[in-house]
Structure formats: C-alpha cells, structure tokens
Ligand binder design. Structure first.
Ligand code: FE2
Length: 228
C-alpha cells in the first residue's frame, strides 16, 4: 500500500508542483481547530536539471540522466541500482531510447518507432509488465513520451500517452507494435515497440528530443535521429 507521505512525494514529482499538506489536529474529540497547531511543512518538488532543447556539445545521456535522476527524476528506491556497478548497462541504459531496425511497414506515417535499452551499446532491453506485486500494482511500461525537434527555435512538442499495456487504451495517442512475427508481450515485454507521434515540423533525418516516463523507474531524456 502506498503511504500518504510517499503518495504526496510522488504527486509532487509527477506534477512538478508544490503540494501543501493540510494540518490535522486531534483535540480529544473536539472539532475546534487547534489554536497553536504547528504548520505542516510544505513538500516541494525537487529542483531538477533543466531538460535541454538541443544536446550539449559533450552530451552524455547516461551522465545527464544519472544526475537528474539523483535529483529526483528517478524514484529513490531505484537509485542504488542506477548508481551501482552495473547501473549503466542494466538500469540507466535500459531506459534510454533507440530506433529499432524494423520494417517501415509496421511504423505508421507520422510516428517514430522507439525501443529502450540498445543492445548495440551493451544495454539491457527494457521489459514491460502489467500491474502486479512486482511493480506496486502500477504496471511497468512507459506511460508518456514527448517528442520535440532538437532546436532552440520555437518548435512543437507532441506527447503520446500509453495508459495500459500490452494493449493500448482506447483514448491513448500512442500505439504499440512488435518486430515481425512477434507480440509486444513476448520475452517479458522486451519485444514492445512504442510508436510515438511526431510533431508536424520534423522531417526524416532530423534530430529529436525524447523525454519519457517509465511508470516504475521515472523520467529519462535523450536525443535520436529520425530514419532518413
Ligand atoms: Fe522501467
């Protein structure tokens, strides 16, 4: 069961907002408010590294996401894994996007195919799971992906939603696919391809920023180049 304090912390993280906790006083059954009740502390959303519009000259997605994760973009319970000896390959790298080499026929026009954990970089593939005891009954998949052209000029950012897995919700703007002949739920969900909607102002070969949220493991940011 999620504790009230944890819920508030997660709410603050999810919304980026300051969550004010109401003071509750007990006065022997009286409903009169306590005159000198101590004000409950306001829990503030953590200060996070800003998400860059374009990659820095020495962009290192692992370093950036580790630093931002330790500031609060990644749940505290996952930080020992992120910061551990195998943190890059088995945890942080597992949450970084890459463009899988799949047949264009399974990618609708106006969408980008994304998977997480590039084996070519030695990163573990990201599993996906329905809600269950292993994931606090919240499920384990990416529930939103935001795509924006990597530019400091004004640009549209399009967010795709994924409210369920392995079958997309009827109101969702994202979609799932799988490599030829596979199902998104195969191999512990590691065959899931996320189809994320592209902004209208991008074209093949452009660089885009991917900013996404794993229900279990927090937010991650990286840049990808669209297939030519
Ligand atoms: Fe995850």
């Amino acid at each position: 069961m999620v504790s009230r304090r944890r819920f508030i912390q997660e709410l603050a993280t999810a919304t980026g907002a300051v969550v004010l906790v109401p003071a509750v006083s007990r006065c022997g059954g009286s409903t009169k408010p306590a005159a000198k009740a101590a004000a409950a502390p306001a829990l503030q959303a953590p200060k996070l590294l800003p998400v860059p519009m374009v990659p820095t000259q020495d962009w290192d997605a692992v370093s950036f996401n580790r630093e931002r994760g330790n500031q609060g973009a990644i749940p505290a319970s996952y930080l020992p894994d992120i910061n551990g000896d195998e943190g890059e390959a088995k945890h942080l790298g597992k949450h970084l996007p890459f463009v899988p080499g799949v047949s264009g026929s399974i990618v609708p026009s106006g969408y980008l195919a994304i998977m997480w954990g590039d084996p070519d970089k030695g990163h573990a593939p990201h599993p996906n799971a329905e809600p269950g005891p292993d994931n606090n009954n919240e499920g384990h998949w990416y529930n939103w992906i935001k795509v924006r052209k990597a530019t400091t000029d004004p640009a549209a950012e399009v967010e795709s939603s994924y409210s369920s897995w392995p079958v997309i919700g009827s109101e969702d703007s994202g979609a799932y696919a799988a490599p030829d002949g596979a199902d998104p739920s195969d191999d512990g969900g590691r065959k899931t391809i996320y189809l994320a909607a592209l902004p209208a102002d991008v074209k093949p070969g452009d660089r885009v920023r991917i900013w996404a949220h794993c229900l279990t493991h927090g937010e991650y940011v990286d840049f990808l180049t669209l297939p030519a």
